[in-house]
Ligand binder design. Structure first.
Ligand code: S3P
Length: 168
């Protein structure tokens, strides 16, 4: 059993949803994906919402959906930007165990290149060096938030057993 909810944070493509599901399964606790909750609520995709209402509205909605998780149990994966707006990082630290899935820019670049870039409005249409430069500068901007996590997991050397032991 885990005592508090576990929030997974990290850049786009860092594996928050994939590890979140695996962890929840191993620990036999519920799993919540914040982006999924948002999509359910708005009835459209996140890129669609961004282009219709803009990022600012998205961040407000993301904040609401996040604080609605208070007192829920289990594993909760956040969006890449969630900890970086309003006082979300303080809220996360106060309301659960926060685990940062850390990757280098190059590793994120490799992973994002293998995913559907267009699902992520911030990355739409980016490829090659342009994408890598974007990741480097965005990660630099977000690192001060991510680095405040209770637990930092180096994604090069991790496995499910380790993650389970870290949050138990
Ligand atoms: C975002 C990351 C996305 C999603 C939205 C914005 C970001 O989540 O919340 O597209 O600003 O980093 P993932 O990290 O699950 O891709």
């Amino acid at each position: 059993m885990i005592q508090k909810p576990v929030f997974l944070i990290g850049f786009m493509g860092s594996g928050k949803t994939t590890w979140g599901k695996k962890l929840a399964n191993a620990l036999q606790v519920p799993f919540v994906d914040l982006d999924h909750e948002i999509v359910e609520q708005i009835g459209m995709s996140i890129p669609e919402y961004f282009s219709k209402y803009g990022e600012e509205k998205f961040r407000e909605l993301e904040r609401e959906v996040l604080i609605a998780q208070q007192n829920k149990s289990g594993i909760i994966s956040t969006g890449g930007g969630t900890p970086c707006y309003f006082q979300n990082m303080d809220w996360l630290l106060d309301n659960g165990i926060v685990l940062y899935l850390k990757h280098s820019p190059k590793s994120l670049w490799n992973r994002l290149n293998q995913s559907d870039i267009n699902k992520r409005p911030a990355l739409k249409g980016m490829t090659g060096d342009h994408l890598l430069q974007f990741i480097e500068s965005k990660l630099e901007e977000r690192a001060p938030f991510y680095d405040r996590a209770h637990i930092l997991v180096d994604q090069l050397n991790t496995n499910l057993e380790e993650l389970v032991s870290l949050v138990k």
